[in-house]
Write a protein that binds this ligand. Sequence first.
Ligand code: FES
Ligand code: FES
Length: 205
Amino acid sequence: MSDTHDRQPLEVTRRQVLEAGTIVSVSGLLPVAAQAQAPSPQPAPENGATVQVSFHVNGQPSALEIDARASLLDMLRERLGMVGAKKGCDHGQCGACTVHIDGRRVASCLTLAAKVDGRDVTTIEGIGRADALHPMQQAFIDHDALQCGYCTPGQIMAAIACVKEGHASTPEEIREYMSGNICRCGAYVGIVAAIEQAAPLIERS
Ligand code: FES
Ligand code: FES
């Protein structure tokens, strides 16, 4: 799957995004109610300011016209209604927005939505069902690896990737390779225990 794609760097800095972007309408990213309250219409996008993206999200095909500057996180949440991935910082510093692209974990807040064209995106909504949880979801429950739950979708997506990367051999290694995901509730002990429980049940890539 992933090997067939012409790989491009998936993450860019916010500075790169802002430098590359032109001033265009962001109305396409706003909820309907917010658009209705907008004080004045934004100018029409210039040529090239919007892009078409076709991709699979959780196995389902999706095609959208998006603002060229939109992040994957905003596209998922605002355009597709997939609010499982969370926005904790929008700066690549907390991990709450972690999703997978072609099986690799990325910070979706620092990933241009345009970059997922032709790729496979997996979010927390796509890894299990209420009646058939993913082993990592079940392990998080078993070990009380969450409190408020805001970091949890990102933690679980990072944890699955951590295992598949082969970085879950010891608690020390798990802590190191999960260090990009912040939990202000301090559920780290449970998170490490959950990953240790689920790791043998998850196939490595
Ligand atoms: S919201 Fe993406 S890393 Fe914090
Ligand atoms: S469970 Fe609250 S931030 Fe992690």
